[in-house]
Design a protein around this ligand. Structure first.
Ligand code: AMP
Ligand code: GLY
Length: 428
């Protein structure tokens, strides 16, 4: 089975690493890929959002499957286009990817089908939105733009002024372009967050091992929101009871709702959950693997990923038993100094062997933003590396990952030192 993986970050590296363990998988291609990925897959310089370019590439290399990993091409309908041309795919069609592509859609779906989430209203008019905020008078207030915004379209306003500014920036200032032409204002929820990725073929849903992201830039959950500074799996706060509750109240109802709407979701559905005092609630859906959640979940997958891809495409996931290693996994992201704002690129990374890995193999390094210059790996993005280790316990996995981080360097590298501390019960 030859596979073309669309994307070029740490998550795509994790997908490719998992595919490379498969006995069934032959050639692995990636577009656009990155420096580290190029050691496992043949990379082609086609942008992940270039639908026509990707179809042309698929027609040239004729893979058995195209695995569309990032949100934008999924929301833009890359899977639909590939299917039209006769390619088998992994990932939802546009009419299902809308679960991530439009918060107005996903909140409406949850309301219609009674799936627990924060109470909300939607607005296109700034005056009406501000009047609603003032009438509610409750802070923090959560203001979200409808469409994709690179994880930056959510503002937690601490007071009226911040809320008014947020509404104006989205609805009048056009801060997020078309993505922000409609907004959702919702109730602020409290509680620990859990990510549950789930395989689904539109009928059956099989949750993966749970995980926890660390979205803020600095220790103690300070600083700006980022794409994710580190992850651990499984998430110890997500107990068997919580898993049963989520299956009954959230996972199955979501899959059934999408089916009833004529939008069967095939691929990996990301449930961003909050364990509130009133039970588990959906914070958001994503239509794809999380990044860096994939980096800690996929290493624990025992079943051949290629078998899962086929079972989902052929809609026979119910008959496949998916197995996991009984270990913990931790990923520490090394980012460019300045990320998520302005940062330099092109800095040489030291500590690697020729494959962009640690010679002793004590951890696996998922490359997020790197490129190769001759034999040297250079930084090429905000998040640069996801240094990942698995071990029998979470503490050991964290120790291994942090020891490996200490052996890799580039100028002004920034990483959080508290990944996993909350999960271990060592911080609030
Ligand atoms: P989202 O992009 O919708 O996942 O939001 C990004 C982050 O904002 C989430 O991971 C939460 O930490 C936070 N957040 C979003 N919605 C809420 C809410 N209703 N209550 C509290 N925090 C929220
Ligand atoms: N790590 C959060 C996301 O992938 O959306």
């Amino acid at each position: 089975m030859d596979i073309l993986v669309v994307g070029g970050g740490g998550r795509e590296h994790a997908v490719i690493k998992a595919l490379s363990r498969s006995e069934k998988v032959g050639k692995i291609y990636c577009a656009p890929g990155n420096g580290g990925i190029s050691k496992l897959a043949e990379c082609f310089p086609v942008k992940a959002t270039d639908i026509d370019g990707m179809v042309a590439l698929a027609e040239k290399i004729k893979p058995d499957y195209v695995f569309v990993t990032p949100d934008d091409p999924l929301v833009m309908g890359m899977v639909d286009k590939l299917n039209e041309k006769g390619f088998r795919t992994f990932g939802p069609r546009a009419n299902a990817a809308i679960l991530e592509g439009s918060k107005v859609f996903s909140k409406g779906l949850m309301k219609k089908y009674g799936i627990p989430t924060a109470a909300y209203e939607t607005f296109t008019d700034a005056d009406k939105a501000i009047a609603y905020i003032k009438e509610q008078g409750k802070y923090p207030a959560v203001i979200k733009c409808d469409g994709l915004a690179l994880g930056k379209g959510v503002i937690i306003a601490q007071n009226e002024q911040e809320a008014v500014d947020a509404v104006n920036s989205m609805l009048i200032g056009g801060k997020f372009g078309k993505s922000g032409s409609e907004i959702v204002i919702e109730e602020f929820m409290t509680g620990p967050e859990v990510t549950v990725l789930a395989f689904t073929d539109g009928k059956t849903v099989k949750p993966m091992v749970s995980s926890m992201d660390h979205k803020r830039a600095y220790d103690g959950d300070k600083g700006l929101n980022t794409g994710g500074m580190g992850t651990i799996a499984p998430n110890p706060l997500y107990t068997k009871e919580k898993a049963d509750e989520c299956m009954e109240k959230i996972f199955l109802p979501t899959i059934k709702a999408m089916q009833s709407e004529g939008r069967p979701f095939k691929g990996c559905l990301y449930f961003g959950l909050m364990l509130t005092p009133d039970g588990a609630r959906v914070v958001e859906y994503n239509c794809r693997f999380g990044d860096p959640e994939a980096q800690v979940v996929l290493p624990l997958l025992k079943t051949d990923l290629a078998d899962i891809i086929e079972a989902i495409y052929e809609e026979r996931l119910d008959a496949l038993d998916i197995e996991w290693y009984d270990e913990s996994c931790a990923c520490v992201v090394m980012a460019s100094g300045g990320y998520p704002e302005k940062y330099p690129t092109g800095l040489p990374i030291s500590g690697f062997d020729a494959n962009g890995q640690l010679a002793d193999g004590s951890a696996y390094v998922y490359h997020a933003g790197t490129k190769l210059d001759g034999d040297t790996f250079l930084t090429a993005g905000g998040r640069v590396l996801g240094v990942t280790a698995a071990a029998p316990s979470l503490q050991e996995a964290l120790d291994k990952a942090y020891a490996a981080v200490g052996r890799i360097s580039f100028e002004n590298a920034h990483f959080r030192r508290d990944i996993g501390q909350r999960a271990l019960g060592k911080s609030e």
